[in-house]
Design a binder for this molecule. Structure first.
Ligand code: NMX
Ligand code: MLT
Length: 434
């Protein structure tokens, strides 16, 4: 039976003529127009990136390879006794667009088990860092520290053919992805559990192994599977995905590229929002002496936040205009496992109250919750109370999407990214007579 790499190769050969035809026969077809508002406004809505891994509809949310989140969860093979798919099967799916059989998913599980050994120098480097360094900085440094392992960089230096770029990129992507959960768990136990790492269990899948290495019982293995899949990809314009692809477009390898993406994810308007949500929620509870607020008290707290010029973390989105289905998927999990948790009850109350207030406030184009609005509460419930760590979990998930993307970018020969910049004078010149 053909393995993941063979199937990926077949898919690549099928897709290459599409790109070639579009470029050669239709390269000058006008596809979008750009306003001055978009040029100054962070390129919102400009359609100038291409990816088949996922697509984001503002009303519906993300589709992974054409499937919504519930459809993706339903379609993929599940770990035994779990309601959530193997992360490895999801990787297969994102790379090929085909739903793997259980056997095919398990082959990837076995492949990742073979690749998951983390070089000892990574642990030494992490131990040498200040213990109070943010875990995202540790993760980024750990990833780039492994750059010397890159098969892509080595083969490039040996003079590999352009048509082969995808193959060592795939190897690097698999190696990196297989090691990330172990690196993340090591950082966690180094920083917050008195440097007491737990070795990987060679028989477990990625989600199960992550829970094991964190030292947390079931259903945290399902939390990990759900969390990594939900955070994997959100089309290509978000900061972490775009950064990773941009850096890789210069033919930097997966280690350099993903480390750069991690740095982008660490911003409070992007991935760091999940730790900010927890900080903010705890601020509400602290102010009220540890008890749940009434809706009136919460309303005041929300207005205080807005009036002091801060954002409500976990709410709003650059593209989405409805409740993020990744929020809804986590809500489903919480209703089953966290129904009595006061922090989850507060998350539900915020969901009832905040959108109305944001609408009245009148600034945010999207008053609805995004993926970060309750992800931290789930972690807190399972004992991961060190909220600095939450974005690291986002990053492990994000790796799945961005590494699939950069493998395909090299397969389809996408070029160096280099948009054109203009000056303010030029923009003003364009407005003359308007
Ligand atoms: N609370 C208060 N104000 C907001 C919020 C919010 N949650 N969301 C947007 N606004 C403001 C925004 O700051 C901007 O104000 P100004 O004109 O003074 O600069 C105005 O509304 C218009 O912003 P939008 O066009 O709606 O949003 P934009 O595309 O610029 O930014 C976010 C999107 C996600 C950065 C923004 O909604 C935000 O800061 N949300 C809170 C942080 C957050 O949850 N980030 C996580 C995003 C998801 N992720 O995981 O990466
Ligand atoms: C993401 O998952 O990257 C965030 O929702 C941000 C985005 O899509 O812009």
């Amino acid at each position: 039976m053909a393995g993941l790499k063979d199937i990926l190769h077949k898919k690549i050969l099928e897709q290459r003529p599409r790109v070639k035809r579009l470029l050669q026969e239709h390269g000058d077809v006008l596809f979008d127009q750009v306003t001055i508002g978009q040029v100054i406004g962070g390129a919102r809505g400009i359609k100038c990136l291409v990816t088949d891994i996922s697509h984001l509809d503002p009303e519906e949310g993300v589709r992974f390879r054409g499937r919504t989140i519930p459809e993706t969860f339903a379609a993929l093979p599940k770990a035994p006794g779990s309601c959530y798919p193997y992360v490895e099967g999801f990787w297969y799916y994102l790379l090929t667009g085909e739903v793997p059989t259980e056997r095919q998913a398990l082959d990837v599980v076995a492949d990742f088990q073979r690749r998951q050994q983390i070089p000892e120098y990574v642990f030494d480097a992490l131990r040498a860092m200040p213990r109070d360094l943010h875990p995202m900085a540790m993760l980024s440094a750990a990833v780039v520290a492994m750059q010397g392992e890159s098969v892509f960089a080595r083969r490039y230096n040996e003079g590999m053919n352009k048509m082969d770029y995808w193959e060592p990129m795939y190897e690097d992507a698999c190696d990196l992805l297989a090691r990330l959960p172990g690196i993340a768990a090591f950082i966690y136990r180094l920083k917050y559990r008195d440097d007491s790492p737990i070795s990987a269990d060679p028989d477990l899948d990625m989600g199960g192994n992550f829970a094991h290495m964190m030292g947390i019982e079931a259903p945290y293995d399902d939390v990990a599977r759900m969390y990594f899949i939900l955070h994997s990809d959100h089309e290509s314009g978000n900061v972490s995905a775009h950064t990773t692809r941009l850096v890789a477009s210069a033919l930097a390898d997966a280690y350099y590229s993903f480390s750069a993406g991690v740095n982008g994810l660490s911003g409070p308007l992007h991935g760091l929002a999940n730790q900010e949500v927890l900080r903010w929620i705890q601020g509400v509870m602290k102010k009220l002496g540890g008890k749940l607020p009434s809706e009136a008290e919460l309303t005041d707290f929300l207005w205080d936040t807005l009036n002091s010029g801060q954002v409500i973390p976990g709410y709003g989105h650059a593209v989405l205009r409805k409740t993020d289905p990744r929020f809804s998927a986590q809500m489903t999990f919480c209703e089953k496992h966290l129904a009595d948790d006061p922090m989850f009850q507060l998350v539900q109350m915020i969901y009832r109250v905040a959108p109305k207030i944001l609408m009245e406030h009148g600034k945010a184009r999207n008053p609805w919750p995004n993926v970060d609005a309750q992800s931290g509460v789930i972690q807190w419930h399972f004992g991961v109370t060190e909220y600095d760590f939450y974005t690291v979990l986002f990053a492990v998930g994000r790796a799945i999407g961005v590494l699939a993307n950069i493998t395909w970018d090299r397969a389809l020969g996408y070029p160096l990214e280099r948009p054109k910049s203009v000056t303010l004078d030029m923009l003003e010149e364009a407005t003359k007579g308007r």
